[in-house]
Design a protein around this ligand. Sequence first.
Ligand SMILES: Nc1ncnc2c1ncn2[C@@H]1O[C@H](COP(=O)(O)OP(=O)(O)OP(=O)(O)O)[C@@H](O)[C@H]1O
Length: 727
Amino acid sequence: MYSWKIASKFKFGRSKEEKEREKEKEREKSKEKEKHGLFHHKGHRSESPYMEPPRDSVDRKETIVASTSLIAPVRLSTDANKYSTTNSSISTGDDSQTTTGELDDDMVDSSGFTNSNGYNGNNGNESRQIHIAGNSSGYGTGTGNASAFGDSISAVDEMEDSEPLFSGIMTVKVYGGEGFKLPVPITSNAQILKKLLSSGVVNPSAEKPGVDQLISSLLQMELNDGGDEESLIEGDVATRFIPATITLPSSTDLNPLLYFTIEFDNTVATIEPESGTISSLNFNKISTFDVTRKLPFLKIDVMARIPSILLPSKAWQQSNLSDPYIRDILERINNNQDIHLDSYNLPLTLDFNSATSFRLYNHQWISLEKGNGKLNVSVDYKPATNRSLSIDDFDLLKVIGKGSFGKVMQVRKKDTNKVYALKAIRKSYIVSKSEVVHTLAERTVLARVDNPFIVPLKFSFQSPDKLYIVLAFINGGELFYHLQREGRFSLSRARFYAAELLCALETLHSLDVIYRDLKPENILLDHQGHIALCDFGLCKLNMKGQEKTNTFCGTPEYLAPELLLGQGYSKVVDWWTLGVLLYEMLTGLPPYYDEDVPKMYKKILQEPLRFPDGFDKDAKDLLISLLSRDPKRRLGFNGAEEIKSHTFFSQLNWKRLWMKGYIPPYKPPVMSSLDTSNFDQEFTKEMPVDSVVNDFLSESVQQQFGGWTYVGSEQLGTSLAPGRSVR
Ligand SMILES: Nc1ncnc2c1ncn2[C@@H]1O[C@H](COP(=O)(O)OP(=O)(O)OP(=O)(O)O)[C@@H](O)[C@H]1O
């Protein structure tokens, strides 16, 4: 018999004051709920998930981490109170609760460590030794610790063996662009054109006429008869006369009407024109990228930011809605969204064996995919100098989030000026919470995985007190935030997100990794609206084929039946969670949602799956298959391919999707890589500091973090960056 405890991951990382603040918020929320009535009171919600308002009462879902090696099987019973042991631990987040359970193979207890927190003990868990890969001694007295080390290091070793060194700095210079067109005609209203365009910068010179001259030429153009009484200027004609940057009436800043994004490994540089007209642009911009993995191309996208005032009349717009392309463009412009004009994947053949810098493209004109213009660029690559990083290599810009074990900050790498998300984790804290394995697993998975829909790891390094993970900064906001704001998503939008997530999970499974914590809170949208899965803290490594594990962890709303029943579970749990997520995106709530967690568990195990009237037939069929309680009969049991082949996805070209070839149905309002407007002000208003800690960690504890450092595929072993006090 072993003792076990389940704790709310969310609450682990919170200070006393924060907990107080949260409680206060909770109290306010319940007052609000009382006032307005609860949407999902008993028997109410399940009848019609389309009832309004669907998401008001769904709070952030908290991850459960079973913090010892034991699981909490749920015994099915008609009496919801029978689940009370499990529930009390989860819902209260009281990590001091203990009860009994069975041994699991991936959770580790750090009782063998003697650390500054005085946490010392040994659970005598002998079976852990079976998993030790030559690391059974020397790391404290607890066998669990040794196993934790063994598991994680072997994962890191595997990676080291198979990967050559890919790291360096790539510089992209964009000189100019030509031939861009607007996809819709614009108004010929002289007053509007003069007012709006006269603030533009076209760099007047002998060859290039000034703005006033351009506008008068524009107004003399042969106008297109756009309908009854409306004259319009065609998009391809207008661009020859419209300045590339203007000052919008609502602002004092120059605003580009057309710009480029260059994306490498989910890091984005926005290239705005200096001057010129939309069809003939001057950029003269340089952008540097940290290269830490071998990727086949740079992604270039052309975006236009057209003020809706330039559009033809509403009557014209109405009469052109039958064309889905025009309809989409008009909808976006009217919602102040930027529109996507064209893109190009610029092939990169980086010779990583070269010891010196080399030029990949030299003043090359690149024609974009749909023929909408061309760009003149040079690309250079300089190999890295194998230096480990420290916090001193970054400017700390903003706090953007808090995880269980530390904060996440927006940072700028000083040499390349690239903006990243930096996650700082206090070593003593994860040791005392027995989270060493999960933390190492997170770093290992992130370093190995290469998928467009998974947030890429750029670097990891450590100081004597802390571990640092540097990730691409994904600033379109959490899917949770967008879903909460909009209640639910349209069928096509939900399908798009589900498809990109399916690709992400498929890649993880191909690496024998179970994700285990899919939920809207762990899914970020990038600047264009593509998915970026984050938070790999619950991943389980080395899960080959249908191999099973037992750890009771995940998020209550998303727990699969086999996990609740303690029957052992395999990769197939991730397909259950994909079903729950799709259902939540389409209806606003997870399928078996109940505020009372034990009741929710009972529903997950017993209640029939209900759909609101008018629910899409294919979506329903897919959900029934994904939410099959029997994992063997669940769609995906035989691999992701069988989900991809379902009729719900029949219109999708998976190759194109993989290349980020579909324009996302929604583009988050992101102005630049510095933009943090999609993050909670509760975080962004905080001072970004890397707090000073002075924990004593023994040599053996430090050794656990030996494989942590990552600067590309280069593993720098135990190198510790000098500890630094950052104020
Ligand atoms: N790469 C990123 N880009 C932008 N924001 C990020 C990134 N990674 C994390 N964040 C923000 O920081 C928050 C916390 O990060 P994360 O979920 O990885 O921490 P965690 O400790 O694993 O959290 P949890 O306790 O929820 O498991 C996220 O919800 C997200 O809002």
